[in-house]
Structure formats: C-alpha cells, structure tokens
Design a protein around this ligand. Sequence first.
Ligand code: NAD
Length: 437
Amino acid sequence: MHITVIGSGYVGLVTGAGLADLGLTVTCVDKDPEKIGMLQQGSVPIYEPGLEDLVRRNQVSGRLKFSTDLTAAVQSSLVNFIAVGTDAGEDGLPDLSQVLSVADAIADGMDEYKIIVVKSTVPVGTSAQVHQRIRARLKRPREFEVAANPEFLREGAAVEDFFHPNRIVIGTRSDRAAAIMKDLYRPLYLIQTPFVMTTWECAELIKYAANSYLAVKISFINEIANLCDSIGEGADVHAVAHALGLDPRVGSKFLHPGPGFGGYCLPKDTRAFVHIAKKLGEEVKIVEAAVAVNDRQYLRVVQKLRRDLDPLQGKTVAVLGLSFKPKTDDIRESRPIAICQALLQERCALRVFDPAAMERARQVLGSKAVTYCTDAYQAAEAADALIVCTEWNEFRNLDLGRIKESMRGQTLVDAKNILDPRQVAGLGFRYHGIGRS
Ligand SMILES: NC(=O)c1ccc[n+]([C@@H]2O[C@H](COP(=O)([O-])OP(=O)(O)OC[C@H]3O[C@@H](n4cnc5c(N)ncnc54)[C@H](O)[C@@H]3O)[C@@H](O)[C@H]2O)c1
C-alpha cells in the first residue's frame, strides 16, 4: 500500500517513518523545502529519540521518501494523512487554514479513489468539513472517503508510542474506509493494540477530551503542591500524590507537580476545547480551571526565587532545561522558556543549558542578557541562583558539590522535584521544591 503523509513535523515524520517500518511505501510531504532537503540528505530536523535511525533505515530500504510535490505523492497513494499544524486562530478556535489548504490540494490532485485521513488535532465537525470541501472542489466526480485518526504520541517517546500505542482511534463513515485503515495498522492490531472504531465526531472529541483530562490532572496536583507550600513543615506533595495514585480510580500517572504543562498540545488543545464548547453554547468549567491554574503556575518558580533574591534585578540565574519536557528539542509553550522570559523582564541575566533545545531557545530568547552554556556546570558559574526546569536524566545526578562551589549564591529551585531536598540542603544550598518543604 502507498501512503502519503502531509506535514513532516513531530507527528507526520514519526507517522510516516513508522508506517514505512511496518512495510508500507510512504512519501512524507512538506511545504518547507529546507526541511525536505535535509530529510532527503538523511538528517532529521527535530530531536526525537530513535527517529533518526528509523528514518535512515527506511530511506535505505526505499520505503520512505521525502518530497515537496503534494500532487504527485497523492496521485501515487491510496491513503493520505493530513498532519499539519493547527495553531490557535484569532477567535481562540484552532486555525484550520493549513488543514483546509491541504484538503484543497488533495482534491485538485485526486485522480482515483482516495482516503484522506485527518491526523491533526481538529475540532468536532472538521472531518465533515474536509469531506464537503473536497466534494465541492472536485472538477470531476471521484470516489473518496475521509477518516479521523487523532494522534496520541508523546514527544520524547514518539517512536516508542508509534509502535506501542495505548489505542488507535479511527472515525469513519464507511465500512470500506474502516477496513483499509484497519489493514494499514494491521501489525499493531496483531500485537493487541485496542482499536476504537467510531464516528468522525467521537474521534475528534476523544482527542480533546483526552488532552483536557491530562491537563486537569496536572493542574490538580499543582494546586495540591501549592497548598503544601503554604502548609510548610510536614507537608509533601509527593506523599499525597503517591497515596492518591494508589487508588486505581485515580491512577499514579500525571500526578507530578511542577511549573505547569507546556508543549504544542496541552496548552493549545485545552484552550481550544474551551472555545469549541463555547461555540456549542456549553461551558467546560473544569478545563477552564485547569487552564487558569496552569497560566500562573510557572510564576510560582519566579516567586520562590524572589523570596531569596529580592530584588531580582541584576541577579544572575542559571537555568537548566529549556525544552517543555525531557528528550525533546520542542520549546513551543515551554514553561522553562516562560520562566526565562519572566526573569528577563525582571532584568536578570541568564546562563542557560539544555541538552537538545539550545538553538531553538536562542531564536526565542535572543542573546542580549542570555549566555548559552555548554553544560550544567558552566551554566552554574557565578550564578546567584540555579533553577532545574526540565527533568532531563543528566540533571538528576549532577555533582551538586561542584555546582555549589562555582556559584555565587546558594539558592536552588527544583521546579520538577527531581533532587533530594536533604542532600541539596546538606551541601549548603537553600532548596526550594514545588510542594515540599
Ligand atoms: N507534537 C505532538 O506531540 C502532537 C501529538 C498529537 C497530535 N498533534 C497534532 O498533530 C498536528 C501536527 O503537529 P506537529 O507537532 O507535528 O506540528 P509541526 O509544526 O511539527 O509540523 C507541521 C508540519 O506541517 C507542515 N505544513 C504546514 N502546511 C503545509 C502544507 N500546506 N503542505 C505541506 N506541509 C505543510 C509544516 O511545514 C510543518 O513541517 C497538530 O494538529 C497537533 O496538534 C501533535
């Protein structure tokens, strides 16, 4: 089976390379010629563990190709995935212009029966809209079908998630499209991945409901952490989260306190969900609350610094971790970046380090008051305070004695609670975690 994946970003590239590895012949298309040029040369423009190997292996086998020519790719493919971005539009609803312009281009290039798969995260009604739009645009009547197939991969574990997903959700209106989609994912079906075959509308809603639920869990535990901070002595959010998670009705996942959720999905999808509900004349108050809690959670980190370093102006702060989570270079809506921006507004000087996201961070933070360091130790040199912002493994086992010696101040904010407070305090630091005294 020939497949085209349109949009070669975090989702499209992993999906395309993964499908090629399952034995399908895949063309990944992107409108960005620089990105496609890099991929054609065998270099992967994003950091995602295991992706480079996966891409190379399938490129060498001839099953994976890269192109900017959407029409040619669509004409050679039975199934065409749309995996382009869906940023927020001016009205708060997702801007569907990229999805719809790809749908138009598919319609213009369609020469025989095709399935168009909407993989981008889109509001309820979009698959129907794509269907109508293609039908209206076709110059000659052609048979085609639309499937909604939302993506649940986690950046940093995207390759692993592609091959071992928790579930595959497919919304269709026809048995034929359902059968072809099942066939496409057959190797995953054979390893007993649950398949949810449903309507367009449910598939679209499932994605927003899933991300909103995760966001609610994070904001919930962050509020508990903030309460623990106010209680002080004796209160520890980890003890509370552990006991909460032992109840299988709650579960232990996503009960990790920190500076709030970031990345390309949870912030934009929760905000979009609030607007989607409003458009339907409804309110999703729990999701609204999760968004409101998250919008101010990162400022807690700045407050903790201020407690020790008032005034912040003129202080030097080392920041370890810039990506929105470990094992990715993605800084979209990254809380560490938001913390850096807040500190820059306070006229702090920053010394930053991230194992993967330095280049992307530089584009956003600039170079005026920011020194980009080669490792955590260099970042700590002569700093008044240090913040661990992202739980990269290499920050879990730092030589904190060495760091302490090279710093000017003693303040350490552990925004992801990955260090041992006693050990850190024992080295002479003033330790501030999130929700543990
Ligand atoms: N990143 C994630 O973890 C994740 C997880 C699940 C779902 N999603 C959803 O998947 C979608 C894609 O997300 P992403 O992170 O891969 O985005 P991305 O920005 O990394 O990639 C999108 C790509 O689409 C390309 N593109 C845009 N318009 C195009 C066009 N007309 N023709 C060809 N290419 C075009 C862009 O150049 C870009 O390379 C979004 O809807 C997102 O919400 C993302």
